[in-house]
Design a protein around this ligand. Structure first.
Ligand SMILES: Cc1cc2nc3c(=O)[nH]c(=O)nc-3n(C[C@H](O)[C@H](O)[C@H](O)COP(=O)(O)OP(=O)(O)OC[C@H]3O[C@@H](n4cnc5c(N)ncnc54)[C@H](O)[C@@H]3O)c2cc1C
Length: 466
């Protein structure tokens, strides 16, 4: 056992042994093993540009048996393996650090097959979230997990990270929807439990364990997901408020009084202006309020009226805009959804995706602002996120990628306030060093024991999470 009960990492990762590449070619076919540097390049840096390194090869198996053959080849040769889906992860967990083999899920394209009677969908890990959503809708159902990277993020990636997103308030995170998984463990064993039964208490919940395991225990190849009833109508409103504390209070009131509330999001004035400038968008509210709160309601017909009448009854609100048609709703969401891309344009950001107790959220943001100003006077703190879940995305631009002083200070503040250092993006590489702020030594020892059982040689995503 290594530090904190973790499994020792096989290092160095670089596999310059031509026999490994030969084994991979034998496992999946030569055309599915990529070593050309130009073709590898887009897969070697993460979405933020902060993390990455060269891979020794990328493999693109088409089915579970191919994945098992790759894992077996890597295990036999002590080669580190990094799973990658759409490469939209924001904690550096899906890119190589230097010499690992990348396993791309892009060719794991089963389905998506919707079972309209059971209200379930079966999909290969490489199918995108957007494709699953559209297949569900076409069959009269709905997959409610949603995030703005929907057309790049894969269903396997969303399961591996237990993705949250825009509708957690009403529908929970990905794990709530996972009915079954097929995966290849670090041992090379295939575990497959895709019966899709709503009730199935037959021992350990391996699907639940693999969900959120960030590619450290197994490679997810197929997923069975539960669907929900689609709403008759959806409406979105944006409204200006004076500060984050007011946004928290209005959100709490909406949760009590507004049936069908599905999303409550915030952006601050400086981020809103940044997005408008980056994408040549007109302001949604003028003058720009200090904080813009976006509320989404879904349910029976009349959603827009219910939303407007709720807002009319809340005292002290600024101007608002309501949209019920798809284009109008998307336009209102855009000011929130373009925050990640707009901030990325300023250079690789440091991202802190944190959950905070609702009553302490404003104070932590204020304290974080002071710490950033003191430690890095030329850096900028941007704040936005899923306020309905107490989940804020604090992003800092203008910091050296390797400068971890602000990371330490901000994550320390969050932990002191009783928050979580990762609300929905996972731990990845970005936060592995700070896991002890969130988990006790006993918990981390249990993590290490699970890792040692399912990935005894530590070949899967070394350095991530543990
Ligand atoms: C603009 C933008 C908005 C976002 N918004 C949200 C949001 O609202 N909520 C949210 O939760 N996240 C959000 N994210 C983060 C990201 O989209 C999610 O983490 C998503 O689940 C990652 O999916 P992916 O296919 O891109 O995975 P990747 O980035 O490729 O990988 C992510 C992790 O999962 C592992 N992995 C990938 N595929 C597999 C597999 N088949 N088996 C085992 N492990 C695997 C990787 O090793 C890595 O550790 C956002 C990202 C962007 C760029």
């Amino acid at each position: 056992m290594g530090v904190n009960g973790s499994v020792p990492i096989a290092a160095p990762y670089w596999c310059d042994d031509a026999r490994v590449i030969e084994r991979l070619r034998a496992a999946v076919g030569p055309e599915r093993v990529i070593t050309d540097r130009d073709r590898l390049a887009p897969h070697e840096t993460d979405w933020t540009g902060r993390w990455g390194g060269p891979a020794s090869a990328m493999v693109r198996p088409t089915d579970t048996a191919g994945v098992a053959a790759v894992v077996t080849a890597c295990r036999a040769t002590g080669t580190a393996l990094v799973a990658q889906g759409g490469n939209t992860g924001l904690v550096g967990g899906g890119v190589p650090r230097g010499g690992e083999v990348l396993l791309s899920s892009a060719a794991l394209r089963l389905g998506p097959h919707v079972d309209p009677v059971r209200g379930q969908v079966l999909a290969g890990a490489g199918v995108t979230l957007g494709e699953v959503q559209r297949a569900a809708s076409a069959a009269g159902w709905r997959y409610p997990v949603d995030l703005s990277a929907r057309d790049s993020a894969t269903i396997g990636g969303t399961v591996a990270t237990n993705a949250g997103g825009n509708h957690v308030l009403a529908h929970g995170m990905t794990r709530r929807h996972v009915l079954g998984i097929e995966a290849v463990l670090g041992t090379g064993d295939v575990v497959s439990h895709l019966g899709g039964l709503a009730k199935d208490n037959t021992g350990y919940d391996l699907a639940g364990l693999l969900c959120g395991s960030e590619g450290t225990l197994g490679i997810v190849t197929v997923v069975c997901l539960a669907l929900v009833t689609p709403p008759e109508e959806t409406a979105v409103a944006v409204v200006g408020v004076d500060d984050l504390a007011t946004a928290v209070a209005v959100t709490a009131q909406a949760r009590r009084e507004l049936p069908g509330i599905e999303a409550a999001e915030v952006v601050l004035a400086d981020g809103s202006v940044l997005v408008q400038e980056a994408f040549a968008l007109a302001p949604v509210l003028a003058p720009e309020p200090p904080v813009t709160l976006l509320l989404e309601v879904a349910g029976p017909a009349g959603a827009a009226e219910r939303l407007a009448s709720f807002l009319a009854g809340v005292e002290g609100l600024g101007g608002s805009a309501v949209a019920e048609d798809a284009a109008g709703r998307a336009a209102l969401w855009r000011i929130r959804e373009e925050h990640n891309p707009a901030i990325n344009r300023l250079g690789p950001p440091h991202k802190y995706d944190v959950s905070l107790p609702a009553d302490g959220l404003d104070a932590v943001v204020g304290a974080a602002r002071e710490r950033v100003a003191a430690l890095a006077p030329t850096a900028r703190l941007w704040v936005f996120g899923h306020i309905g879940d107490g989940n804020l995305h604090l992003n800092v631009s203008g910091l050296d990628p390797d400068d971890e002083r602000v990371d330490e200070a901000v994550l320390g503040l969050v932990a002191e306030a009783g928050g979580s250092i990762s609300a929905e993006h996972g731990i990845g590489l970005a936060k592995a060093r700070w896991l002890p702020l969130a988990r006790s030594p006993e918990e981390i020892r249990a993590f290490g024991a699970i890792k040692a059982a399912l990935d005894p040689d530590g070949i899967l995503n070394p350095g991530v999470l543990l």
